[in-house]
Design a binder for this molecule. Structure first.
Ligand SMILES: *Cc1c(COP(=O)(O)O)cnc(C)c1O
Length: 363
């Protein structure tokens, strides 16, 4: 059994992918070819915002958002300590200072009720992470941001395709940052990402920043970097978008089936009212995680831990935050207990049943 099965998906879309890739190889515009614009138009429409800026990874998407909003050394950014490293890494790379705020133990997302107490005169932005594919508490976060004049960046690397109060992830903040890493809900066959915004000025800034800050050929008005998406990856994403809405539904089915079978014995994902998770991960909590993982491993079932070490404890950036004196009991408990199970639109019922059977045996 695979943790995420990309083969079955490829077999399904092979003709479409191969034909679109072949078209790129024929026209030869490998950099910023017409597929980029086509993808941006389609994704902006899907998300329901004015602008999509395709780029080279979810990490670059975060960097572009920070640069566009002119985040500077010393600026504080409020974020959860329970996320992938890039959430804090890009701010720190710019000299900005993460301020960690604990998570809601049920959803694993930033606890909005703790955010206001963490705001200082240096706070410039809030960066909620829509972890495991469920949007953070965006209305509450946006209300605080509005009151204190802060930017909001949704780290939507795991949540493209999710909805919040009927609105799409990536449309819920100043800039939404998506990742198209192969194993994300919408993934390409390499690295990829995108920024989404309704703000014309920020969109122009990000469009230029991703191409060395040039406003016309060889004329550079901003300091950016090379953060473009490959045309080939855009072609692949266009093919995948043809089946993405159906995959969203298939993911719901798998998650629902897991939850029905497991909820009497395990803490299964808790989805807030008004949210539809895309289930980038299906993550439960277990007490003796090493033992559970080993047992599943022996039965041929791969699992993963997202994430075992909190951002404030990562050696590279420990002490680089301004959350001193704060503790994160809910994030710490989650880091010790979470376990992600095999997940994906093509996970067969047989495979699901195997996972369920092994987990129930352990109870
Ligand atoms: C995957 C991920 C990223 C980084 O995306 P890449 O495309 O791998 O650079 C950032 N934040 C979170 C929460 C992620 O899961």
């Amino acid at each position: 059994m695979k943790f995420i099965d990309l083969d079955t998906q490829y077999q399904r879309i092979k003709a479409n992918v191969d034909q679109r890739m072949s078209a790129v190889l024929t026209h030869g515009q490998y950099i910023m070819g017409p597929e980029i614009q086509a993808l941006e138009t389609q994704l902006a429409e899907y998300v329901g915002v004015k602008h999509c800026i395709a780029n080279a990874s979810g990490t670059d998407a975060i960097m572009l958002a920070l640069l566009a909003c002119e985040i500077k050394p010393g600026d504080e950014i409020i974020m959860p300590p329970f996320s992938f490293f890039a959430t804090a890494e890009m701010p720190v790379l710019l000299g900005a200072v993460p301020v960690y705020v604990d998570i809601d133990p049920k959803t694993y997302n930033l606890d909005a009720s703790l955010v206001e107490a963490a705001i200082t005169t240096k706070t410039k932005a809030i960066m909620p992470v829509s972890l495991y594919g469920q949007c953070a508490d965006m209305d509450a976060i946006n209300a605080i941001a509005k009151k204190h004049n802060l930017f909001v960046f949704e780290d939507a690397a795991q949540s493209f395709g999710a909805t919040y109060q009927g609105r799409q992830s990536c449309s819920l903040s100043t800039i939404g940052c998506a990742s198209f890493f192969p194993s994300k809900p919408l993934g390409c066959y390499g690295d990829g990402g995108a920024c989404f915004t309704d703000d014309d000025d920020l969109a122009l800034a990000m469009t230029e920043l991703r191409v060395h800050g040039q406003s016309k050929r060889y004329y550079h008005t901003r300091v950016g970097f090379n953060g473009r998406l490959d045309t080939l990856q855009a072609a692949i994403l266009l093919a995948k978008m043809d089946i993405f809405p159906e995959e969203v539904l298939l993911r719901q089915k798998v998650a629902q089936r897991y939850s029905d079978a497991l909820q009497s014995h395990y803490t299964v994902p808790y989805i807030n009212e008004g949210n539809m998770s895309i289930f980038a991960q299906y993550t439960i909590r277990v007490q003796h995680r090493d033992q559970v993982q080993a047992t599943l491993q022996q039965a041929g079932i791969p699992t993963a831990v997202h994430y075992p070490v909190l951002l404030n404890e990562q050696p590279a950036i420990a002490g680089r935050d301004a959350s001193k004196g704060r503790s994160f009991p809910h994030a710490s408990a989650a880091a010790a207990q979470v376990l992600s199970l095999p997940m994906g639109p093509y996970l067969s019922e047989d495979d699901q049943d195997q996972v369920i059977e092994q987990l129930l045996k352990l109870t």
